[in-house]
Design a protein around this ligand. Structure first.
Ligand SMILES: Nc1ncnc2c1ncn2[C@@H]1O[C@H](COP(=O)(O)OP(=O)(O)OP(=O)(O)O)[C@@H](O)[C@H]1O
Ligand code: SF4
Ligand SMILES: [Mg+2]
Length: 344
């Protein structure tokens, strides 16, 4: 094996450095002030295990309300977990707070969904880009700020401008530059393109891919649009009602989704082969409330394969067909989904 092949394998193989590890992470939001529901809580994230290794792009997908943003905030320690452990580059940071979070912020940064809302309209781009340096006690040079702008396809003349003077795509580039300022190894991008026009989405995704190659970055890319994640993810994790129901190498999960929920989600995504379309699985019923999720399998109220056992104990992620493709289902699908000829 050549050195390049070996280093590529090491970069995203099982032995590559773990940049992020979540063990049994939960986040319950209390429902104070709701009559008769004193003990009730929104189980936004309900026991997630996830590992992100150096060089990987992990796509995190799921319907609205499945807990993706909450998980992103837990991973970046913007939220305290109710239970579980958060480990960043080998260091347990679950209870680290305040100034002691500074070194953590150098390793992991977040890009937010809505660049309009996440950039202070009263600050110039220069001030916005200076903030993460200052949080680390560093005074950046003008050259450093210009280099950041160049990295995201902007230029020196943008330094003195304000967010409202930019397009949505450019604003997101500023958000990415801000996240890159302190040279993190891992970016958690929460729906980084969903607030943008379709025509601009591809440009921002291409930028993220270029930065990954240039800077050796790893990403967790949160999206509800599977077609977006498909372009860039090495691994895929599928969330439903606060839990990960399937995860594995993206190509394997796309080709042969094992969990009925993933199968339903993917059946709605266009396939690259124009001659074939997957048989569409229509999800019926609403997503149950995370205040009172179903017993056993969280997906059982909408599942086309449900049986009695599914209401008993929650299934855990188990390997399907060997390797590190895993699904949390008592009756996983073990073959590729059927396709039907597209009618002209
Ligand atoms: N601060 C909070 N207090 C109470 N409930 C919350 C809070 N933040 C999130 N939730 C609830 O937690 C659940 C998960 O929310 P979250 O924003 O993580 O989902 P999401 O997958 O990111 O959804 P979307 O795709 O719409 O962004 C939802 O039911 C949401 O209403
Ligand atoms: S465990 Fe049962 S209800 Fe849950 S996804 Fe599998 S078959 Fe469906
Ligand atoms: Mg969200």
């Amino acid at each position: 094996m050549s050195t390049i092949e070996q280093s590529t394998k090491d970069a995203i193989g099982q032995d590559a450095e773990e940049l992020l590890r979540l063990d049994g992470v939960k986040k319950y939001f209390g429902l104070r002030g709701v009559p008769f529901r004193k003990a009730a809580a929104v189980k936004a994230v309900d026991g997630v295990d996830l590992v992100v290794r150096r060089g990987e792009t992990v796509g995190l997908v799921g319907e609205s309300g499945s807990g993706k943003s909450t998980l992103a905030r837990l991973a970046t320690r913007l939220l305290d977990p109710t239970e579980g452990r958060v480990t960043i580059s080998g260091q347990d940071v679950t209870t680290v707070r305040g100034r002691r979070l500074r070194p953590v912020r150098r390793k992991i940064q977040m890009v937010f969904q809505d660049p309009q809302a996440s950039l202070n309209p009263r600050q110039s781009v220069g001030t916005i880009l200076t903030t993460p340096f200052r949080a680390q006690g560093i005074r950046p040079s003008r050259a450093q700020l210009i280099e950041l702008l160049h990295q995201v396809g902007l230029s020196e003349e943008h330094l003195e401008r304000y967010p409202h003077e930019f397009s949505g795509g450019q604003r997101q580039r500023i958000g990415i530059a801000r996240a890159l300022a302190v040279r993190p190894g891992l970016l958690i991008c929460d729906e980084p393109v969903s607030a943008l026009d379709v025509s601009v989405q591809a440009q921002v995704l291409n930028l993220l891919a270029d930065l990954r190659d240039e800077l050796g970055l790893s990403y967790v890319l949160v999206a509800h649009d599977l077609a977006v994640v498909r372009q860039v993810a090495d691994r895929l994790a599928v969330m439903y009602l606060g839990t990960i129901v399937e995860e594995g190498p993206a190509a394997e999960v796309y080709a042969a989704p094992a969990h009925p929920y993933t199968r339903a989600l993917l059946s709605a995504v266009p396939v690259p082969d124009p001659g074939a379309a997957r048989d569409r699985i229509v999800l019926t019923g609403d997503v149950p409330t995370p205040i009172d999720p179903p017993s056993g399998c969280p997906f059982r109220t909408r599942c086309y394969k449900v049986q009695d056992v599914c209401a008993t104990v929650r299934p855990v992620l188990e390997p399907v067909a060997g390797g590190d493709h895993r699904a949390a289902c008592y009756f996983p699908e073990l073959s590729s989904p059927p396709t039907s000829e597209r009618t002209p």
